[in-house]
Design a protein around this ligand. Structure first.
Ligand SMILES: [Fe+2]
Length: 295
């Protein structure tokens, strides 16, 4: 049963082409806080609107659009804002406060496609051995065993995944069957819990905060909480960037750039299971921005 789309314009701080209240009334990363140490003013975009981020002489950070002040939060080393009235808090990440981890930004990468496509690709096990050979997959280990997908408290959880990876991280000295779990918190916020290469009973944590620039462009901000044993911050960041640079051209070549949400005609294969759940979940929230509703 689709949720009703609220059209209460009083909740909008500025007018935008995005009419999805579920998306608008939420917090988005618009910059890495450390960027403001280099420049005092950052210009960026959110839902087609120009956003100005400025650091005042007293050190406070302000975000504006069309000369109106927008809400602001500083968390996990990022600057967050909203064009609406956030109904939810910024997600809680207990791993970000654990002392045995490197807590770092993995960088911001502009990708010329819908943010929803980036989330779907991040959840896709099938591409790992083709797009990241030698790192996150390898032939002939291309089979995807069945796994669990469930929705709990309006979030999607993927579990019971084990993937053979020749080089799962910079700390990995040999290939092994890596336990994976994913969590989709929001339509544009997705995280991966991945067995650590040294302490295989513990998990590294990677989350993507996706900033929609417009319906077919986004900036992907990654936040990494990796166990520090056996690796350095620089290595963790390097690995993330190498992997993401392999994904970027694949994502940018996908046509159409918006994510089709109509039930697909082709017979689903096992690795498509999470993609079908994600698309259905977006449909139930009546998400239109960056999506194609009718084929
Ligand atoms: Fe990938």
């Amino acid at each position: 049963m689709p949720l009703p789309v609220l059209q209460d314009k009083k909740e909008r701080l500025v007018d935008t082409t995005c009419i999805d209240d579920f998306l608008l009334n939420d917090w988005y990363v618009v910059a890495d806080l450390s960027q403001l140490d280099i420049k005092k003013r950052i210009i960026t975009y959110l839902f087609d609107k120009k956003i100005k981020i400025e650091k005042a002489t007293n050190g406070s950070v302000n975000v504006y659009s069309e000369k109106k002040a927008l809400p602001i939060k500083l968390k996990y080393g990022f600057i967050w804002t909203s064009l609406g009235c956030p109904k939810r808090q910024i997600i809680d990440i207990p791993e970000a406060f654990e002392m045995d981890r490197h807590i770092i930004s993995g960088g911001a990468t502009q990708v010329n496609t819908s943010g929803l496509r980036v989330v779907e690709n991040f959840l896709d096990q099938g591409h790992l051995s083709w797009v990241h050979p030698g790192f996150l997959g390898e032939q002939p280990h291309t089979e995807i065993p069945d796994y669990n997908v469930e929705i709990i408290d309006d979030e999607i959880f993927v579990s019971n995944v084990k993937l053979y990876q020749p080089k799962a991280s910079t700390a990995a000295t040999e290939g092994f069957l890596v336990a994976y779990e994913w969590r989709v918190y929001r339509p544009l916020t997705v995280a991966l819990y991945k067995a650590n290469s040294v302490h295989k009973d513990k998990k590294d944590y990677i989350v993507l905060f996706i900033q929609p620039i417009n319906e077919e462009n986004c900036i992907v901000h990654s936040f990494l909480c990796y166990l520090s044993d056996g690796t350095s911050k620089e290595e963790v960041r390097w690995f993330m960037q190498v992997i993401f640079m392999q994904d970027k051209p694949i994502l940018e070549n996908q046509i159409p750039k918006k994510l089709p949400l109509a039930p697909r005609a082709e017979t689903p294969i096992k690795s498509d299971k999470v993609s079908i759940v994600y698309r259905r979940w977006l449909n139930e929230k009546a998400i239109k921005y960056g999506a194609i509703i009718n084929d």
